[in-house]
Design a protein around this ligand. Structure first.
Ligand code: GLA
Length: 503
């Protein structure tokens, strides 16, 4: 009897194995009408299986697959995830139909069941031409010399946080006008950067085109330059950008030449779908490829890497030719997002310096999701971090308060200090944090209160490396000199900061 049962189980397992092996497809149309295809390859041996899943934006290995009758369990592994996290799935097999769903459902979201259809018994992945890896193997990675740009953290504006897909020629011109008339430009914000969604398809010779929102990029660049500003653009090493527009894969040199001819001064190069065409060890070389392409144009172009801090980018971003690199996922206009990112930067200071900066993402100041106190904390923290200061609001409609925060010259001077040192946390008592940034002439000191209530905070000058008993102390938001021999003490508002320069 026992043997019979075992036989039945094994038979069921092997029947499942035979059915599962092959190529499966899942098709989905997103709310914006774009079709997304996922191809699953399963290779079963006995009641175990492995394989891969490929989409337009990535490939993952399928590991730890187990078949039990018509039930399956497996995990997917994303090679760019340093922590090696696996995503578990379960599934049910029914002839040529396979329903799978993630084991960890997103809270508050409807169950995400995917109905896969078997399309062949093939177990090798033959990507369609639009997903084929066409690049040649890269030579061994070698550091390239710095390009001499961004001696202090870049300052300017970027379209994404406020305008996202709605950015167009008219809005960029309005922003440029406002940058000049509001005092933003004169405070140092010189780059006007167009983020994703400007791209159209390529012409018959492979030249990248701008879409109907941007009828003439050269004319727009000339206009921005005429205002005493510089202009930036966006692309990525994959075939598609994050918003699904044309990327630079296979056209790197050609795109760099096009941008240089338009008069572009800054490039943000966003990884996104590059996971579909590159492996882990190709990320640094893929970034370097564009660095070299930009340099070959002869035009000075700041090069911003955007790959969310993956693969410890601080270790190789400068060697790949980057002037700055994102260290995290996207910021949003909320206290929890901004504070998590900002206060999470401690420890990365060793990677920053003149010409090469950590980028904790763009500013949200003036977008309405935080209080003025919180935006002052945002500005203070980014300045202590020697972070790029890229405003992300509608400059043509900003309040005086927003303008005062962004154009506070004494705070900007902390960010732009020529020593180029990223600040560090000195002490943390629960939600109260003391930070300092070494300056060419003194030290910047920030008392940050992340808690929900006001708090009394104290700093002894000896704690931040100041030996003088009675140093010169300046409160950079109150714009006042402070008499504070030995130490300084103040009540700091909830989510607020006292930022000082001490020398
Ligand atoms: C990614 C980047 C963002 C922005 C968008 C555009 O999410 O991290 O900063 O560039 O893509 O699609």
């Amino acid at each position: 009897m026992r043997n019979l049962l075992l036989c039945a189980f094994l038979l069921a397992s092997f029947a499942g194995a035979a059915d599962l092996t092959g190529t499966w497809r899942f098709e989905q149309t997103s709310p914006n009408g774009r079709k997304r295809v996922s191809t699953y390859i399963f290779k079963a041996e006995g009641n175990k299986f492995s394989g891969l899943v490929a989409t337009q934006s990535e490939q993952r290995d399928i590991v730890n697959g187990v078949i039990d009758g018509n039930q399956i369990l497996f995990e997917t592994k994303f090679e760019f995830d340093e922590a090696g996290r696996l995503t578990p799935f379960k599934g049910q097999l029914d002839g040529d139909a396979l329903k799978i769903s993630p084991l960890r459902q997103q809270p508050g979201r409807p169950p995400q069941e995917m109905a896969l259809k078997k399309i062949s018994n093939d177990t090798t992945y033959n990507p369609p031409p639009e997903l084929a890896r066409i690049h040649k193997p890269f030579p061994p990675f070698q550091a390239i010399a710095p390009n001499g740009l961004a001696k202090t953290p870049p300052m300017g504006w970027n379209s994404w946080n406020k305008f996202a897909g709605r950015i167009d020629d008219k809005a960029v011109r309005e922003i440029a006008d406002a940058m000049a008339s509001s005092g933003m430009r004169d405070a140092g914000y010189v780059y006007v950067n167009i983020d994703d969604t400007w791209e159209a398809e390529r012409d018959k010779d492979g030249n990248i085109q701008s879409n109907q929102k941007f009828p003439d990029m050269k004319a727009l660049a000339d206009y921005v330059h005429s205002k005493g500003l510089k202009i930036g653009i966006y692309s990525g090493p994959g075939r598609k950008t994050c918003a699904g527009f044309e990327g630079s894969y296979g056209h790197e040199e050609q795109d760099a030449r096009t941008w240089a001819a338009w008069g572009i001064d800054y490039l943000k190069y966003d990884w996104c779908s590059a996971s579909a065409v590159y492996h882990r060890d190709e990320m640094a070389p893929a970034y370097q490829k564009m660095a070299l392409a930009l340099r070959a144009t002869g035009r000075p172009i700041i090069y911003s890497l955007c790959q969310y801090g993956w693969l410890n980018v601080g270790e190789w971003g400068e060697a790949a030719g980057g002037n700055l690199w994102r260290t995290t996922g996207d910021i949003s206009d909320r206290w929890d997002s901004m504070s998590r990112i900002g206060f999470g930067q401690n420890g990365r200071e060793k990677y920053a310096g003149p010409g090469h900066w950590n980028d904790p993402d763009m500013l949200e100041i003036g977008n309405g999701g935080m209080t003025s106190t919180e935006y002052r904390t945002h500005m203070s923290l980014w300045s202590i971090l020697a972070a790029p200061l890229l405003a992300g609001h509608d400059v043509s409609a900003m309040s005086d308060d927003t303008k005062d925060i962004l154009t506070n010259k004494e705070v900007i001077a902390i960010d732009q200090d020529k020593l180029g040192k990223q600040g560090v946390r000195v002490r943390q008592d629960g939600e109260l944090e003391l930070w300092k940034k070494e300056l060419s002439d003194g030290v910047a000191v920030g008392l940050f209160n992340r808690s929900a209530a006001p708090a009394q905070m104290t700093v002894k000058w000896s704690e931040v490396g100041v030996d003088k008993k009675t140093p010169e102390v300046r409160d950079l938001w109150a714009h006042k000199d402070v008499d504070a021999p030995g130490e300084f003490s103040a009540e700091v508002p909830s989510h607020g900061v006292v930022l000082m320069r001490v020398r």
